[in-house]
Design a protein around this ligand. Sequence first.
Ligand code: GLN
Length: 547
Amino acid sequence: MARYVFITGGVVSSLGKGLASAALGALLQARGYSVRLRKLDPYLNVDPGTMSPFEHGEVFVTDDGAETDLDLGHYERFTGVAARSTDSVSSGRIYSTVLEKERRGEYLGKTIQVIPHVTNQIKDFLEVGSDEVDFMLCEIGGTVGDIEGLPFFEAIRQFGQEKPFGQCLFMHLTLLPYIAASGELKTKPTQHSVKELRSIGIAPDILVCRADQPIPSKEREKLALFCNVRPERVIAALDLKSIYEAPLAYHREGLDQAVLDAFGIAPAPAPKLDRWRDVADRIYNPDGEVRIAVVGKYTQLEDAYKSISEALTHGGMHNRVKVRTEWIDAEIFDSDDPAPYLEGFHGILVPGGFGERGTEGKIRAVKYAREHDIPYFGICLGMQMAVVEAARNLAGIGKAGSEEFDTESGGGRFEHVIYHMKEWNEGNRTIQRSINDDKGGTMRLGAYDATLAAGSRIADIYGATEISERHRHRFEVDITYKEKLEEAGLRFSGLSPDGELPEIVEIPTHPWFVGVQFHPELKSKPFEPHPLFASFVRAAMDQSRLV
Ligand code: GLN
């Protein structure tokens, strides 16, 4: 059975719990152990699928089609372990499962209560797959003391108590604020946070303290004394220039050693950190720079495009250049010339998105990239907009558009080169969906195969003709336009294996113009950059030599 590390947070939110968990996962792997990371979120949404990217950041999609928290993206990027639907849960999901069971009479007439029914459901979630790995790292979202988080804290307390001694460990992340007037890092908020944690029965074994400078030994000893943690288990988490230095930084501070010591694993296997040294070297010592414009909608919050921003960085690391990504709101040139905004960029990327707002601007960005031979990368909605642009401006279908936008406005404005798919095949099942279904989970979600045309640019980039990538969309490019659009110069170079659904379009006569219906950014890792991002950045480098 796996050993469990529970990661909680205190003092303030956004301390980088997800990153600390991911980095610890990477360090345990470097010591030769297998790991799985898991996220428990206290909010009441059943999953983040219907949450606004403005509020919650990106929705991370797993191979098995779950819409999960963006922290699962960090976990995958740092460990390479593909997340599963059983690695993410929210209060909403737990409660709805409990209530469904109650309706089915599974509790045999008992009064349903937070303890034990809700906490048991949480513990069942923690157990899934526990015999598959050496370490299970479970991060609890939010901060200790939040009302909605209490059932999760109570469940992990019980879990630790019920397992054999030494099977579970609690790691608490806090902030040491620096007060300039006294010239000190203050420990009091951490003391209070640990007090709060202990009042609900959890005594942390390891304290990870975010600080903007090293923790002097006086403060470290104070924390150890007041929080009842050994001094060597007070780990400093200092601000870093790149998140990809985190595994090395946490190793320097002794996090992995502290964890293994706390579990009584001695002697601890030596860590192999070459992978992370190479990653840090590539990120800190680039040979040049390229500028990429991401023309999207959710541009005020960078977390809304977290995986895209990371995948671009990985593409840069592959080519040893720094990628300077700028976020441009497509709406500003909805009815304007985009040139003043897009001039000087070495590549233009239009990411995924929902709704009509800003789409005319995106179509203008596609046209600009196509006509000026600037590398263009369209992802999901960005691919659909590339098809609409080609339909309107190359194939002469003046009213080309997506059914998505007609649905919003009552219809009749567009010819649907992009349409709502009502039925498709998943393995040997036929899935049927209506446009009026619940918003949660009505999309083509998760991993689907695509077949690439031999000799196409995309097959060359992948070095293969059969691929699998993750999807998250309701609308599809209508295959019946294939011939007309191909005559106009847009090649359909990748299709679903049954030949029904366009997966990839490209313009063979353009230096680099690729649109993909799926989300390649979700599978990119710093030590294994996604080939599409590596190739796009390479094309941007060529472009940078031209301008
Ligand atoms: N809104 C589009 C659709 O549902 C694109 C989705 C996306 O970009 N993820 O098909």
